[in-house]
Design a protein around this ligand. Structure first.
Ligand SMILES: [Zn+2]
Ligand SMILES: [Zn+2]
Length: 266
């Protein structure tokens, strides 16, 4: 039975309540579901407000009881790397890079509005400079903070689905993909296979098939996630992602069962 650990709700930029997401998990036949609201970050208006974090955790505690016997529920967050959340009260956390620093006080979103990406390019001198800074931010977050799950490892390519920003087959970008795989392998984190990329023009999950092959070679554990912002996406693309992983030689993917991450046969 699948497990879905990357989900959002009205506490951040999702479209439904935590309870509606839990119900969607039951209806999809999941045996576990984790809530991973965007942890508060002062520069991120789509994230949870700091004053709501206590209510978020309390509501998850209530739902754990309400849904006991139907589905295992877990309290997590999706951290932004530049502003990690205190993990003491969490069952797990996802560590993601959505923003990079481009100077002392300047922070740029690299996976949202194209004009923010353009501003980052201006601040860092080139697209290559932005990608380099992104990779270094990922490396540092994974090695210093060690989240349980490394979130959408190559989200830096999100705005490049049409190839208009850079050539994803160029030597320098291939080196960036290798650096991301290497950072994940060194960290010991589980890497998510985030199916949201399948629901866009990108037509492949995050990270790319090429990075997934490198992760396979390095024996890095993976977990399939949906990055669901709506109930209908709670397990979207899971079969396709599992088929891709099997084709690349993965035999198992991780799941959270009874509070522990365990490998399960694909
Ligand atoms: Zn994210
Ligand atoms: Zn997310």
């Amino acid at each position: 039975m699948p497990c879905s650990l990357h989900t959002h709700s009205l506490f951040c930029d999702g479209a439904c309540s935590l309870e509606e997401m839990a119900r969607a998990g039951v209806e999809a036949g999941l045996s576990s579901l984790g809530f991973s609201g965007h942890a508060p970050a002062p520069y991120d208006h789509a994230a949870m407000r700091p004053q709501d974090a206590g209510r978020y955790l309390a509501e998850i505690a209530r739902l754990k009881e309400r849904f006991a016997g139907q589905i295992e529920l877990y309290a997590g967050v999706e951290n932004d790397a530049l502003h990690p959340f205190d993990r003491a009260q969490l069952d797990y956390c996802i560590g993601s890079v959505h923003y990079i620093r481009g100077g002392a006080d300047a922070i740029y979103c690299i996976e949202g509005p194209p004009d923010a990406f353009t501003a980052a390019v201006r601040a860092l001198g080139s697209v290559q400079g932005v990608v380099r800074c992104y990779c270094e931010t990922v490396r540092r977050h994974l090695s210093d903070f060690r989240p349980d799950i490394a979130g959408h490892l190559d989200i830096i390519a999100r705005l490049n689905a049409d190839g208009s920003l850079f050539d994803a087959r160029s030597g320098w970008y291939r080196q960036a993909e290798e650096a991301l795989a290497e950072a994940a392998a060194q960290s010991g984190c589980i890497v998510e296979v985030n199916t949201s990329g399948l629901r866009t023009a990108r037509r492949e999950p995050y990270p790319s098939e090429r990075i997934l092959s490198l992760l396979r070679q390095a024996d890095v554990p993976v977990v399939i996630t949906a990055d669901a912002h709506r109930p209908c996406d709670v397990a979207a693309g899971f079969d396709e992602a599992a088929a891709l992983l099997r084709r690349l030689g993965f035999r198992s993917a991780m799941a959270l069962r009874r509070g522990r991450f365990v490998p399960e046969t694909l």
